[in-house]
Design a protein around this ligand. Structure first.
Ligand code: XMP
Ligand code: MG
Length: 180
């Protein structure tokens, strides 16, 4: 389904879930005995977040969500990021794990981290499904990364182009003619 729109399939559902299990094991070890709040950044992170949290062995964790806008319907980051939806619970004194679909220029996550730091959490770490290090303009790194990928617009597993393709169980590079 919709495979004809892909230039290349990068990761199958099986590859994604195997890697998510590895990251989850590491996070579970790092947060043993703690009560972190895992904050998913909507909408792109929702599938990764759902897969990840069901693999975590952290009985006292809680889940929350935020949303920020950066891309609109295009494929180029504006550098301007607005918080559209804030967390339901305050994060002061909490160990925060921010979960994002993809770290690209870093604009979105640096803005969000700066905002969340003002609220004095005990700690903040970043967990991203994908990282495109070549495209970074802000000095920010994830603490947990699913896969590093080269530049190219990717969709699936939560990632969209113009709000489509999020439901794909694989991650693929979209054919440039679709968005050019
Ligand atoms: P920045 O540039 O702020 O971007 O790090 C992060 C946000 O941009 C979106 N993004 C993408 N979305 N395919 C997508 O579907 C991509 O290849 C891609 N690259 C960046 C994404 O929403 C992320 O939250
Ligand atoms: Mg996003």
């Amino acid at each position: 389904m919709m495979e004809q729109d892909m230039q290349e399939i990068l990761f199958t559902r099986e590859q994604l879930s195997a890697r998510i299990k590895e990251i989850a094991a590491q996070i579970s070890e790092d947060y043993r005995g703690k009560a972190p709040v895992v904050i998913g950044i909507l909408r792109g992170s929702f599938i990764f977040m759902a897969d990840l949290v069901r693999e975590l062995d952290i009985p006292d964790m809680t889940l929350d969500f935020m949303s920020a806008s950066s891309y609109g319907s295009g494929t180029v980051s504006s550098g301007l990021v607005d918080i559209k939806l804030d967390t339901s619970e305050p994060i002061t004194g909490k160990d925060v794990i921010l979960v994002e679909d993809i770290l690209d220029t870093g604009n979105t996550l640096s803005r969000l981290v700066a905002e969340l730091q003002k609220r004095n959490p005990a700690s903040i770490r970043l967990c991203v499904m994908l990282d495109k290090p070549e495209r970074r303009v802000k000095p920010i790194q994830a603490d947990y990364t699913g896969f590093q990928i080269p530049d190219g617009f990717v969709v699936g597993c939560g990632l969209d182009y113009d709000q489509k393709y999020r439901q794909l169980e694989y991650i693929g590079i979209l054919k440039p003619e679709i968005y050019e």
